[in-house]
Unconditional design. Structure first.
Length: 130
């Protein structure tokens, strides 16, 4: 499950109860990073135990991204889905990947195994690689 939680104006006292509950229930937390490498929103949340990388589906060096530590979220993976699946197999990361198409939309499909994923999915395909 992927949640988007706003941290408001930056005061932890102003987070909603629902936001706090959602953040506390998540095993992985991602936050934007400034040019200086600071993640201001993480000052409001529990410490992350491993990095989370957001990778655009058209990223030229998917193989390099797959080698990064932590969890990778490949957004709009459709364009390079067949190649990404092949690279995941070659890099030994295929079994740790899942995909959802059209998340939150009427035709939502969740694939727990990439073996079940067609080589050309929906435009709104999001892959998670652990």
């Amino acid at each position: 499950m992927l949640y988007g939680v706003g941290t408001g104006p930056g005061d932890p006292e102003l987070l909603t109860v629902k936001a706090v509950r959602t953040i506390e229930s998540c095993p992985v937390i991602a936050a934007p990073q400034t040019a200086d490498g600071v993640m201001v929103a993480l000052d409001l949340t529990p410490e992350m135990s491993s990095p989370l990388h957001i990778v655009p589906g058209g990223y030229d060096d998917v193989r390099r991204a797959i080698g990064w530590p932590g969890t990778k979220v490949v957004m709009k993976a459709r364009r390079s889905l067949a190649d990404t699946k092949r690279i995941l197999r070659e890099e030994g990361a295929f079994d740790g990947a899942e995909l959802v198409e059209d998340c939150g939309l009427p035709g939502e499909r969740v694939y727990r195994s990439l073996d079940d994923v067609p080589d050309r999915g929906s435009y709104f395909s999001t892959m998670v690689v652990r």
